[in-house]
Design a protein around this ligand. Structure first.
Ligand code: ZN
Length: 180
């Protein structure tokens, strides 16, 4: 069965998502949510990240596609090879650091097709979260990964990029085609 990615207007996208009880992370229920998210993201050749509310589940979980770590991945073009690094899983994520240095970056969203716009994002970000085994970790990032962190945590707060973007348009420049 294919997992549906819900679109703007779905209530799960417009409310803060609920914290996952730590002792439930390894439960069948939460593991299935994570598996469904990975399945849904894998069907989107231009997808780089996905938050649980995007499959209609209001829980604080997001994943980042392993394809962004592939050497042949080019932002906006994706990769054609199926082989890739495992997806990263972030449960109850909290942004612990944001660089002051920021820029207006183009972004799109699998739940706000086919719009694109520019959002002011920090260039570096650090997230603390639990992984799918219930282990707390912290990960710092720059570039695309830092950008994805901020977009996904916004999802968990019920915020879509179009709520804070400028220059929103439907035109899809090829180089801006990554979505999360
Ligand atoms: Zn999104």
């Amino acid at each position: 069965m294919s997992i549906k990615i819900v679109q703007k207007g779905h209530p799960a996208l417009h409310r803060p998502a609920d914290t996952v009880p730590i002792h439930e992370i390894t439960s069948k229920k939460i593991q299935k949510v994570i598996a469904d998210m990975k399945k849904a993201l894998a069907t989107q050749s231009d997808g780089v990240g996905l938050a649980a509310p995007q499959i209609g589940i209001p829980l604080r979980i997001f994943i980042v596609s392993g394809r962004i770590f592939d050497e042949s991945f080019e932002r906006g073009k994706g990769i054609s090879e199926a082989q890739q690094e495992p997806d990263l899983v972030f449960i109850n994520p909290e942004i612990t650091k944001l660089s002051k240095k920021a820029a207006w970056l183009s972004e799109g969203c699998l739940s706000v097709r086919p719009l694109y716009g520019e959002v002011k994002r920090s260039l570096n970000a650090t997230v603390r979260a639990y992984d799918e085994h219930g282990v707390l970790f912290e990960r710092g990032a720059g570039g695309l990964l830092a950008h994805i962190f901020q977009h996904e945590v916004d999802h968990l707060d019920g915020v879509l990029f179009v709520d804070k973007a400028r220059n929103i348009e439907e035109h899809i420049p090829e180089s801006y085609a990554s979505k999360s």
